[in-house]
Write a protein that binds this ligand. Structure first.
Ligand code: UDX
Length: 434
């Protein structure tokens, strides 16, 4: 049985490590953050991801899975998965590759002869070839492969153990065989296997995320048109979604995409296309990004239409801080972005979220957070529904009406039951619905 290491234990790495252990491999997870490692070693997940806690605890108990800050413990591993983050650089649209570079530099001298380093992080095309060169200089007995990860937060375990495809960028049959051994049980379940060269494997990931971002911005552009023309984007989305060539998923109009992947991936892709002399090919992504940011601004405009241009003294209840439901990730969260802007405009904003309050407070200490929906909406002039957690759909608009100052709700995710709220006497507004 192969022994695996996983470098970087965030959403991707922690999930990958636990999932690979559940397939029967011995796995050592490495991270430079001792606090994370301590928690993981106790079988505790440092973030919220449905199902991961149970899996992790079981795998720690099985003793196949270990976590450490000590890189020397990877020396007997056969495969090293690089799962570190590639955030947007602070000085440009490009990706910051510091963590990927230092991970490979840390693994290379310690990796045993014949082992394989497998990048899973999302990187600009060309990175793997550059790293392969670095590796040849540092340890010529180790090979590099790229195996992009497509997991969605909130479904990380499911997406890792039952992915809709496995893509491997390799430069030899041997590397492909090793990866087939790692994923043997998934292949047995019929998961499609795609062998590619290194640049294609890197590109698959950013192309997929660009397509998803485009789909969301397309429907948000339709929302703008619906507002201008007096249409309803939710009906339009349902109607076009029945065409299987279009498909109904990722056609939810609202305040747009956020999180640690889509926004930074399309920006890094644009930056890379310029370096490649192919700027024009991805020029449309600039528009995708603008439509997306406009979707946030348009909800603020809606608030001003309802409450007046001057928001000083207005009480605004915000439902949701995470960038999407079933996650406590607040990186580039459209909900928090809107809450911050409304606060800057003078409104008194109180934010509720079932899971993301702590990480949200860590980023925006000046915002007012609450763990109680009652306290969030008490005396509110408007409720903004900005992250579509199930608990918000279960709220009875009749029951809470007496607790607010004005019965106005803005459904920034187009996922509340409009009829229900209107029947209860609320003024209901939503992007793309005239
Ligand atoms: C995404 C990709 O889906 C995943 O394959 C990749 O590996 C990482 O990036 P994730 O960031 O977890 O995953 O979230 P995703 O479910 O794709 O949602 C991204 C954003 O789009 C969220 O903010 C979500 O609220 C928004 N979204 C999604 C919409 O606004 N409308 C939709 O119809 C769908």
């Amino acid at each position: 049985m192969l022994k695996l290491s996983v470098i970087g234990t965030g959403y991707l790495g922690a999930t990958h490590a636990a999932a690979m252990s559940s397939l029967g491999f011995e796995v050592v997870g490495v991270d430079i953050d001792p606090k994370k490692i301590e928690l993981l070693s106790q079988g505790k997940v440092p973030f919220f991801e449905p199902g991961l806690g149970e899996l992790l605890a079981a795998e720690i108990k099985s003793q196949r899975l270990k976590f450490t800050t000590d890189f020397s413990q990877i020396s007997d591993c056969d495969v090293h998965f690089i799962c570190v983050g590639t955030p947007q650089r602070s000085d440009s649209l490009a990706a910051d590759l510091t963590y990927v570079d230092t991970s490979v530099a840390s693994v290379a001298p310690r990796a045993k002869a014949g082992s394989l380093i497998v990048g899973k992080s999302t990187v600009p095309v060309g990175t793997a070839n550059r790293l392969a060169d670095v590796l040849r200089g540092a340890n010529e007995k180790v090979e590099l492969a790229w195996n992009p990860e497509f997991l969605r937060e909130g479904f990380a375990v499911e997406d890792t153990l039952r992915p809709n495809r496995l893509v491997v960028g390799v430069t030899s049959d041997r590397a492909e065989e090793i990866l087939k051994e790692v994923y043997a049980s998934l292949l047995k379940d019929g998961v499609p296997w795609i062998r590619a060269d290194l640049p294609t494997a890197e590109l698959v990931k950013v192309a997929a995320n660009s397509f998803l971002a485009t789909k969301i911005s397309f429907i948000n552009a339709m929302a703008e048109i619906c507002e201008a023309a007096g249409g309803d984007v939710t009906v339009l989305a349902r109607a076009i979604g029945y065409d299987p060539r279009i498909g109904s998923r990722f056609l939810q109009a609202g305040i747009g995409f956020g999180g640690g992947c889509l926004p930074k991936d399309i920006r890094a892709f644009m930056a890379r296309s310029e370096e490649l002399g192919a700027r024009q090919s991805l020029e449309f992504l600039r528009e995708i990004d603008s439509i997306n940011l406009r979707a946030r601004a348009r909800v603020i405009d809606l608030v001003k239409v309802e409450l007046g241009q001057d928001l000083k003294g207005k009480r605004i209840a915000v439902w949701g801080a995470a960038f999407k439901p079933d996650s406590d990730d607040v990186r580039d969260s459209p909900a928090l972005d809107i809450a911050v802007e409304l606060g800057k405009a003078g409104a008194s904003v109180r934010v509720h979220d079932p899971k993301a309050i702590e990480p949200a407070r860590a980023r925006f200490a000046h915002l007012d957070f609450t763990e109680s929906i009652e306290s969030c909406i008490a005396g509110a002039d408007v409720i903004l529904h900005l992250t579509e957690w199930k608990i918000y759909r279960e709220i009875n608009p009749v029951a809470i009406k007496s607790q607010v100052n004005q019965a106005i709700v803005i459904d920034g995710r187009n996922s509340l039951d409009k009829e229900l709220w209107v029947r209860a006497g609320w003024k209901f507004r939503a992007p793309g619905r005239a």
